[in-house]
Write a protein that binds this ligand. Structure first.
Ligand code: PAF
Length: 284
């Protein structure tokens, strides 16, 4: 059984990295905001697979203020550090980096940040202006601090994953980015730290997101408009559910193909809780 090293500061992180790097294997990073669930645990399993038994898995736990807009859930975002450490321990993580805000942003918000490109070309970026600037800036910082060989992100945040891939390519960052499949509850709801905000009635209603995705997949041989319409028809029927968007795009979210591999993405609100989900479709 390996010892789990917990680093709160950059100096402690560096010391922990020196220790695990002496093993000589690859370093795999799993960036998280905590409130860990089986979806995060599956990212840690992928990280171990990529790092190998001789390598090291580093998980970061940091609720990044820069990626929350005014009126979003920064203050109520679940913070469950002791339970998170237990998950990391069970999944064989070597180093947990859990810094306070001023360790990541010592001088407040940085002057130089990562521009994700025009928000108007983005689904989440349009609805949450500044969100991806915050995500990419903190991920770039984590890459700089941990210097991982490989980093694992969930496909649940599919647009985030494509933006991170694009940042790594455009800014020549020496990190392999790996996307890991969405983990779902038995009834289809994608695991998310925000699911715990749902009251029992909303929890039942939330299953509509994955039902909408399945309806979209069932319509995939009728083209992108039919896929969107089929998914939207499911969401429209759910009382109290407000749909933000349903869209079909190419796998890198760069345009809408008429045929071939594509991604169906949707976002909806139940009360003050916003949920997103997505799936692969093959259009014909
Ligand atoms: O997906 C998340 O949990 C966050 O957006 C990330 C990648 C850890 C950056 O804060």
């Amino acid at each position: 059984m390996r010892a789990l090293l917990v680093a709160r500061t950059r100096v402690e992180l560096e010391a922990a990295l020196v220790e695990v790097r002496t093993r000589g294997g690859r370093v795999a990073l799993v960036p998280t905001m905590g409130a860990l669930h089986e979806g995060h645990a599956s990212l840690m399993d992928v990280a171990r697979d990529r790092a190998g038994q001789g390598g090291a898995v580093v998980a970061s736990i940091f609720v990044n203020p820069m990626q929350f807009g005014p009126g979003e859930d920064l203050d109520r975002y679940p913070r469950t550090f002791d339970a998170d450490l237990a998950v990391c321990g069970e999944r064989g993580v070597d180093v947990v980096f859990a810094p306070p805000v001023d360790e990541v942003y010592p001088g407040g918000e940085p002057l130089v940040t990562v521009d994700p490109g025009p928000d108007s070309h983005s689904m989440e970026g349009t609805i949450r202006p500044g969100h991806f600037r915050g995500v990419l800036t903190v991920v770039a910082k984590l890459f700089g601090l941990v210097r991982p060989d490989v980093a694992i992100f969930g496909e649940k945040d599919y647009e985030q994953l494509t933006k991170i891939r694009r940042m790594v390519a455009d800014l020549c960052m020496p990190v392999e980015v790996v996307g890991a499949p969405i983990v779902r509850e038995a009834d289809g709801l994608a695991l998310s730290s925000r699911n715990r905000y749902l009251d029992p009635g909303q929890r039942v209603a939330a299953v509509a997101l994955s039902r909408a995705l399945r309806a979209g997949v069932d319509a995939q041989d009728r083209g992108p408009d039919a896929v969107v319409e089929a998914a939207f028809a499911v969401l429209r029927e759910v009382p109290g559910l407000e749909c933000d968007y349903v869209t079909v795009a190419s796998p890198d979210l760069d345009g809408t193909p008429e045929t071939g591999p594509a991604r169906l993405l949707l976002a909806a609100r139940l009360g003050s809780t916003r949920l997103i989900d997505n799936t692969a479709v093959t259009l014909s």
